[in-house]
Ligand binder design. Structure first.
Ligand code: 5GP
Length: 172
C-alpha cells in the first residue's frame, strides 16, 4: 500500500499563495492580466490564486499531458486543450502545479507565444529545481522542493488524490 507522508499543510499553502498574490498584484497593477492554468493539476491552485489577487484578472486553461499515470517524465508533451481567450497584446501568467524537468512548460510557452501576448511569465506552486533540464525561469514560486513524488491540492497519482486539501509525498 502507498503511504502518504505530509509535506505541506493547508495553512502553509494559504500563506504562500497570499504572499505570491501580493507580489503579482503589485507587478501587474494597471495591466490586463490573464491567468492560464495548466490542466489538470493546477485547477485548485488557479482558483485560489485568482481569488487572492487584488487586481482584476481573467482565467483560462490549457491542457497538457506529459506523464500519463507514471511518475517519471516521458519528455513528450502534447497540448490536449487549447486556450479560448484572445491573448493578443495581453499579459499572460501561466500557473503550473509543479515544475520538474521544465519540459512541459517549454512546450506550453512556445504554444502560447503563437497568440502574440504582450508578455508571458510563469508562476509555480511547487518548484522542483533538482531535475530541471529545460532552460526556463520560474518568475513566481510558492514552494521550492528538492525531490519526491507529491500528491494532493490538485496533484494526482493515476488520477487519485487530487481532492486532498494539503500536499503529501507518495511513498510506495
Ligand atoms: P516536467 O515537464 O516539468 O518534468 O513535469 C511537469 C508535470 O509533471 C507537472 O505539471 C505534473 O503534472 C507532473 N509532475 C512532476 N512532478 C510531479 C510530482 O511530484 N507529482 C505529481 N503528481 N505530478 C508531477
Amino acid at each position: 500500500m502507498p503511504k502518504l507522508i505530509p509535506v505541506i499543510t493547508e495553512e502553509e499553502i494559504k500563506e504562500q499563495i497570499s504572499r505570491v498574490a501580493k507580489e503579482i498584484s503589485k507587478d501587474y497593477e494597471d495591466k490586463k492580466l490573464i491567468l492560464i492554468g495548466v490542466l489538470k493539476g493546477s485547477f485548485i491552485f488557479t482558483a485560489d490564486l485568482s481569488r487572492s489577487l487584488s487586481i482584476p484578472n481573467q482565467v483560462d486553461f490549457v491542457g497538457a499531458s506529459s506523464y500519463g499515470s507514471n511518475t517519471s517524465t516521458s519528455g513528450e508533451v502534447t497540448i490536449t486543450k487549447d486556450v479560448g481567450l484572445d491573448l493578443e497584446g495581453k499579459h499572460v501568467l501561466v500557473l503550473e502545479d509543479i515544475v520538474d524537468t521544465g519540459l512541459t512548460l517549454i512546450r506550453i510557452i512556445d504554444y502560447l507565444k503563437k497568440f502574440n501576448p504582450e508578455s508571458v511569465k510563469i508562476c509555480a506552486l511547487l518548484n522542483k529545481h533538482e531535475r530541471r533540464t529545460a532552460d526556463i525561469t520560474v518568475d513566481y514560486e510558492c514552494f521550492a522542493i528538492p525531490k519526491g513524488f507529491l500528491v494532493g491540492y490538485g496533484l494526482d497519482y493515476a488520477e487519485d488524490y487530487r481532492n486532498l486539501p494539503a500536499i503529501f509525498n507518495l511513498e510506495e
